[in-house]
Design a protein around this ligand. Structure first.
Ligand code: F6P
Length: 520
């Protein structure tokens, strides 16, 4: 059941296959095979996944499929969907998929979700009838990035008389900027925290409450609700019992936008849109369970990621949405991928001898073309890219939309083809104008961006991340790496507030504390 990746015959077969593949360029491969696009692309419900601009041939995919089987991914997938406790270090099941399988009569978690959806529905109606004009979601990480992504991406269909704001950072500048724009009388705060212990969220919630209570006659219970797995803590904080929306241990923070963590989404876009988001994600779940391995989009994405990272040394992965509506998607995926798979020991605690998560970064096209694309085209790093485009524009300026997507497609072509010295010709600085090409990209093209397609897109990356974790034999569902920094920051806080000289710490830490105290 558990494996060491490099010992597997299928992994070793990939290593020797790479020796052959590395002799061929993608330019050659496209020239020799006109059917490359149809061989290496999959479509699902209006979503196109084109992976033909990877350094692969049919044999590569066969060998990656063998790796998938040898790593027992189907067994782990069944375990996840059947609610086994695959998050071993936290002794928890991983059940975000049950939140969107609303027709499942057997899942206890789905039943709880249906009950919470009714609460959400009633609450949304109540807010719609009230004088609330501004909703502020206070939460960080998984309690922030998913709802912010969805609300921003789909703002075209949001209610015109309701503004949604997000406050995450402990930097008071962020909450001050929001508070300066809103009126306490018309504001609803959602304190979103699975654990209800997160420093940033509780501090911002207190700041918001103090601000609200400065207005006479306002009662915090009329303006604060909470979303949490620890109802008792929210109650102790002073949130009225009826205003607490539960979520559950089996829902990881970065997988939680489908739960009541999505309350801001339901308020902004309506409950129907929220349910369509869930059904899009469920459609991707079904695809992930049922599609054959070589036509299974999240599975292919994960297998290609291993191929690119382990054999082509692409330790960095760029997320490049060519649609401003998806501007928050790179940030969302940074948490999803790197908090899930940025690990250095396997499930048994053995040190990994292969790279785990790639470094994920990104920005919207075309802006990114004018900042870091230089490195993608001519730098010495090998970066794998996911381009994401939407065929239908949200506006009627077709001319600019054509330009946008011509840029996206053109970039994938340039990365793949490059430009030889011969093509550059006899010009000054000719060597500087050479592009080696052979640079890897996937393209994910949606027919349109709506709640359903966005649900599919997010769930697709969730399952990619899951498969990647299984292949690496790591637990993708804990995040112990965030704890040490939090603890040390808390220890230092006392020292920083104190006027006495720094304690006996390392010289750099002491030096910074002294600098801060002298200058604050
Ligand atoms: O610090 C990491 C983390 O635990 C994330 O995994 C989580 O999404 C975020 O903090 C917020 O946690 P909570 O929802 O419990 O406030």
């Amino acid at each position: 059941m558990n494996h060491s990746l490099t010992q597997l015959p299928s992994y070793q077969a990939l290593a020797s296959h790479f020796e052959e593949i590395k002799l061929h360029s993608m330019r050659e491969m496209f020239a020799q095979d006109e059917s490359r696009f149809s061989k290496f692309s999959v479509q699902l419900n209006g979503l196109l996944f084109d992976y033909s601009k990877n350094r692969i041939n049919v044999a590569t995919i066969d060998k990656l499929v063998a790796l998938f089987d040898e790593c027992d991914v189907p067994i782990w997938r069944d375990k996840m969907f059947s609610g086994e406790k695959i998050n071993s270090t936290e002794d928890r099941a991983v059940q975000h998929t049950a939140l969107r399988n609303l027709g499942d009569k057997n899942s206890a978690l789905t039943k709880k979700q249906l009950a919470v959806l009714l609460l959400i529905e009633a609450f949304v109606e109540k807010v719609d009838r009230s004088n609330i004009t501004d909703v502020v979601n206070i939460g960080i990480g998984g309690s922030h990035l998913g709802p912010m992504l969805v609300c921003d991406a789909l703002r075209e269909i949001s209610k015109p008389n309701l503004n949604v704001h997000f406050v995450a950072n402990v930097d008071a500048e962020e909450i001050n900027r929001v508070l300066s724009k809103i009126n306490p009388v018309n504001t609803l705060f959602i304190v979103t925290s699975k654990s209800f212990t997160t420093q940033e969220t509780l501090t911002n919630a207190k700041t918001a409450r103090n601000w609200l209570l400065k207005s006479e006659n306002l009662k915090s219970e009329n303006h604060f609700v909470a979303v949490t797995a620890d109802v008792e803590k929210a109650r102790k904080f002073g949130i009225a019992e009826d205003n607490i929306f539960p979520m559950w241990d089996e829902i990881g923070g970065r997988y939680s936008l489908w739960s009541a963590v999505g309350l801001s989404i339901a308020l902004s876009l309506g409950v129907d849109a929220f349910k369509r988001l869930l059904s899009g994600a469920h459609a991707m779940d079904e695809h992930f369970i049922n599609a054959p391995t070589d036509k299974n989009i999240p599975v292919l994405m994960a297998l290609l990621d291993i191929w690119n990272q382990h054999f082509l040394a692409a330790a960095t992965h760029a997320i490049l949405p060519y649609d401003v509506r998806l501007a928050y998607f790179p940030a969302y995926l940074q948490q999803l991928v790197m908090e899930s798979n940025g690990k250095s020991v396997d499930r048994e605690g053995n040190a990994l001898n292969v790279p785990s998560s790639p470094v994920v970064f990104g920005d919207v096209g075309t802006n990114a073309q004018h900042s870091f694309f230089q490195l993608l085209h001519q730098g010495t790093h090998n970066v794998s890219c996911d381009f994401i485009g939407v065929a239908k524009a949200a506006h009627d300026n077709q001319e600019q939309h054509d330009m946008l997507l011509a840029n996206m497609i053109g970039q994938t072509q340039a990365l793949m083809k490059g430009q030889t010295l011969q093509e550059v010709g006899d010009v000054d600085y000719a060597e500087h104008k050479v592009f080696l090409g052979n640079r890897i990209s996937n393209t994910i093209f949606l027919n349109e961006l709506n709640p359903y397609s966005l649900g599919m897109l997010v769930a697709m990356y969730e399952h990619k991340t899951f498969v990647q974790g299984v292949l690496l034999n790591i637990n993708s569902f804990d995040q112990m790496g965030v704890e040490l920094g939090k603890r040390l920051a808390n220890d230092l806080l006392e020292n920083i507030k104190d006027q006495s000289p720094g304690a006996d710490l390392d010289s750099s830490t002491n030096g910074m504390i002294d600098f801060y105290k002298q200058n604050k």
